[in-house]
Design a binder for this molecule. Structure first.
Ligand SMILES: Nc1ncnc2c1ncn2[C@@H]1O[C@H](COP(=O)(O)OP(=O)(O)OP(=O)(O)O)[C@@H](O)[C@H]1O
Ligand SMILES: [Mg+2]
Length: 610
């Protein structure tokens, strides 16, 4: 689903070229295989062993034919003088064949096993490295990249690589060995016949190659159209409530029908091509085979070739043919894998913002100063969002940010969390430039209760614990109580162990917020950030959440973003933001006495609505 048209276009491009940089990045990723090199080397040994034993099979099988014709079987030689040894009974050959088969079985198993050991370990390391990289990247990265694409890098790109590392490379080498050995043997058996093969087969292969390319292109187009119809399915299923509410079942059904009809047409076109391809191959290939058989029997009649040699020739030719076909296919796969490594190493090369480590910060006092902050988001540098923002919050003080939607309130909170680099001005915490602190220590001293609380899949306990991973049950219960959450948690039969999140119980907005508050209480931060924490609640839940928040704010520096002015009467200072500027500043008393003040107007508006 995550694959898009552009993905495919990229894939084709990467298919086409093997540039130096692709190879370089590819090799960089292969450094992840380093710790497991021994496995690869051992695997390679078994690979060579199994290739050789397979190549021995036809040799001894045709030996059986010799014996069936009542002739002795000369091993490695044409006659009694130069033979390594001479076999006169079939049973010996059968025993040799059994040994070959056994060796082959053991070598094949060990090859797959050791290559898998190496690959799976390499990939586990790589997956971990990509994940760790992504979660330590700064926020703007996630705005510039679609989440779907990122997860696809973790899954499909790594899977591509998995195929390359575990199967393709091994196969590639096996096919090269098979080709070289087979070709040598065939030339040795009858170079005359081989010349005929070389005259006839390659032209067929070249035509088939271009034919195949065309078929692949059509198949890809079909895939793309299919993906488009998939989007309709995904959209309508996720927004099924909207489809029903607007009674658009008929509309969607038609839309889907049009899409799948298009898929069908494409598929039929591709079927015609595939059908002709198969006919062409059958006629071409068997035509050539008939021709070669005619030539070969001629050589047998003239005594240039004996029957068992002819049999060997056929066997090894089949091996060679198989290896050529396999080489083409695996070359494509290796190119795909290299494309994947390029996308993966692109991520690995970004600079991390944070580290994977245990955080043990020193506690802040909680004094915050914004000095001459002007800011625009990196994605839209031409659009000023904040303009000359100055304010100070003393340790333990509470301030509120109010102002119309889009004024820049949430942005102030984002900046304080160092989610974006500052453009101008600076922020002091406890009288020190906030970049002087380790970014994770800084964040560890804050807790945020957002408007839209997102719960992780897991239990209520897990979600509260997210604020302090090593919290005891008692601490969790105290936090839940302070957050006014015990009342509803206890009503669930499983209490704290109730599953929530996507697969669990659905909680109401107010319940989620109280869990988020409990989480923040557990964290016990010096600085508390509340972004419209009560705006989506009814009066009853608002009262509960508000009293929970009051408990949480106790003794902490707090910045509250509020739309409902009733919730911020008692704060130390209210800052009115208007179009990224501070328009008014003061206590509730001061601002509500201001004739024509923005705050005063807002207050009157909300009063009249209520
Ligand atoms: N990640 C972002 N990238 C680019 N622009 C953004 C980003 N986030 C917000 N903005 C823009 O910055 C401006 C201020 O947004 P902000 O979220 O701070 O407003 P707000 O005061 O919190 O509004 P609301 O009350 O609706 O939450 C808006 O014009 C918004 O479009
Ligand atoms: Mg906001």
């Amino acid at each position: 689903m995550a694959r898009s048209k552009s993905d495919d276009a990229e894939e084709i491009k990467e298919h086409a070229k093997l540039s130096k940089s692709t190879l370089n990045t590819g090799l960089k990723i292969f450094s992840y295989t380093k710790p497991y090199r021994t496995y690869y080397i051992v695997g390679m040994f078994f690979l060579i062993l199994s290739t050789f034993t397979v190549m021995g099979l036809p040799y001894f099988l045709t030996g059986l034919t010799e014996l069936a014709l009542n002739k002795p079987f000369f091993v490695l030689g044409k006659n009694a003088q130069d033979a390594l040894f001479i076999i006169n009974d079939k049973f010996t050959v059968v025993k040799i064949l059994m040994v070959i088969l056994l060796l082959q079985a053991i070598a094949s198993f060990l090859r797959v096993y050791t290559f898998s050991q190496a690959t799976e370990r390499t990939l586990a390391d790589l997956r971990g490295a990509i994940y760790n990289k992504i979660i330590t990247l700064p926020s703007p990265f996630f705005e510039n990249n679609r989440i779907g694409e990122l997860t696809s890098r973790l899954s499909s790109d790594v899977s591509n690589l998995q195929e390359v590392l575990s199967i393709t490379i091994a196969e590639f080498f096996r096919q090269i060995f098979t080709f070289i050995i087979g070709f040598g043997l065939v030339l040795f058996i009858s170079w005359k016949l081989m010349l005929w093969v070389l005259f006839t087969i390659p032209p067929l292969v070249i035509i088939a190659f271009f034919f195949g390319k065309k078929i692949k292109k059509i198949a890809k187009e079909t895939q793309q159209i299919l993906a488009k119809s998939g989007i309709i399915v995904e959209e309508t299923f996720t927004a099924i409530a909207m489809v029903k509410a607007y009674t658009n079942e008929n509309f969607e059904s038609k839309r889907y029908k049009v899409a799948i009809k298009e898929v069908m047409k494409r598929a039929m076109k591709s079927a015609i091509f595939r059908g002709s391809f198969i006919s062409f191959i059958i006629v071409g290939l068997f035509g050539i085979l008939v021709f070669l058989a005619w030539k070969a029997t001629g050589y047998v009649q003239t005594g240039d070739l004996n029957i068992s040699d002819l049999l060997q020739f056929v066997f090894y030719s089949i091996f060679i043919g198989g290896s050529i076909a396999g080489l083409g296919e695996n070359y494509g796969r290796i190119m795909l894998g290299l494309g994947a490594t390029e996308r993966i190493s692109e991520i690995l090369e970004y600079e991390s913002e944070t580290q994977i480590r245990v955080i043990n910060p020193t506690k802040f006092e909680g004094k915050i100063e914004f000095k001459e902050i002007s800011f625009s988001y990196p994605s839209r540098p031409e659009l000023p969002v904040l303009n000359e923002i100055n304010f100070t919050v003393q340790p333990g003080q509470k301030i509120a940010l109010v102002g119309s939607s889009g004024a820049g309130k949430s942005t102030i909170i984002q900046l304080l969390l160092r989610n974006y680099p500052l453009n101008k001005g600076n922020i002091l915490i406890d009288d020190k430039d906030f970049t002087a602190y380790d970014i994770q220590d800084l964040r560890a001293n804050t807790a945020i209760v957002p408007q839209e609380v997102i719960l992780f899949g897991g239990t209520i306990r897990d979600n509260i614990c997210y604020g302090k991973l090593d919290a005891t049950d008692e601490e969790i219960l105290i936090a839940a109580k302070k957050a006014n959450a015990t009342e509803f948690i206890e009503r669930f039969p499983e209490g704290l162990n109730t599953l929530v999140g996507e697969r669990g119980l659905k909680l109401s907005g107010g319940q989620k917020q109280r869990i988020a508050i409990a989480r923040a209480i557990l964290r016990d931060p010096a600085i508390l950030l509340l972004d419209e924490a009560t705006s989506s609640l009814d009066a009853e839940s608002e009262k509960l959440v508000q009293s929970a928040l009051n408990a949480l704010m106790e003794g902490r520096t707090t910045i509250i973003v509020a739309h409902r002015l009733s919730t911020i009467r008692n704060v130390d200072e209210i800052i009115v933001i208007d179009h990224g500027k501070i328009a008014e500043k003061g206590t509730h008393q001061e601002l509500s006495n201001k004739e024509n003040g923005i705050y005063n107007n807002l207050l009157r508006l909300q009063f009249s609505v209520n």
